[in-house]
Design a binder for this molecule. Structure first.
Ligand code: PCA
Length: 204
């Protein structure tokens, strides 16, 4: 049986009218990359619902790897995240909720490290001519939230599949309404995500 990879992105949020991660997931969903069949899912920017949808899709798919994507408006590189921390904090989500200093899992560990081969991913991207760097903070908003929840679930169920989160820069499409943002063509973002997936295959 073919290996499966769960690839998630997010819907638009705050005052960003486009979320490039949604476009990437829609473009790659159902295709095969690096020997993985891609199962895509776009998550709501909603503290109460995002991880429910994520874990629901995880259980349906039973993937061999999980890569979650989010927009980091203002970043200039593809940034695999090293760590997710046990905190929800940030501006209003799409349901109108704004947590402050709230644990994601009460009495859960302070943090989980990504189990993706983040150094190898950065190297493969750079070798392909794509700017990339490891990030040491995924923030405390939805991206950190889903990364923590996914890794917590895998740890709690003794699963050792590779899983983690990658933040990406804005697309030109988003920069049309936010010209101050550094931006990339969507096709380049899609290409970068394919390299990320391929580097996962090489490391397994
Ligand atoms: N980026 C936000 C949430 C959704 C997204 O694409 C974040 O970095 O938390």
């Amino acid at each position: 049986m073919k290996k499966k990879l769960l690839l998630t992105g997010f819907e638009p949020f705050l005052n960003y009218d486009v979320n490039p991660t949604q476009k990437i997931v829609d473009a790659i969903n159902g295709t095969e990359v690096g020997g993985f069949v891609i199962e895509g899912r776009v998550l709501p920017v909603d503290f109460k619902q995002s991880a429910i949808d994520l874990l629901d899709q995880y259980k349906k798919t039973a993937p061999d790897a999980v890569i979650m994507l989010g927009l980091a408006a203002g970043r200039r590189q593809i940034t695999p995240e090293r760590v997710a921390i046990n905190i929800n904090e940030g501006p209003l989500d799409n349901r109108g909720y704004s947590p402050e200093n709230e644990p994601i899992i009460k009495d859960g560990p302070a943090a989980y490290f990504s189990t993706l081969p983040i150094h190898k991913m950065v190297k493969r991207l750079k070798d392909a001519g794509i700017p990339a760097a490891i990030s040491n903070t995924a923030g405390t908003y939805l991206c950190n939230h889903v990364m923590y929840r996914m890794l917590h679930h895998l740890e709690s169920t003794n699963s050792n599949i590779p899983a983690g989160f990658i933040h990406i820069p804005a697309s030109h499409e988003l920069a049309l309404s936010k010209p101050e943002l550094p931006s990339w063509p969507t096709v380049h973002l899609i290409e970068a995500v394919k390299v990320l997936i391929e580097s996962l295959v090489e490391s397994s």
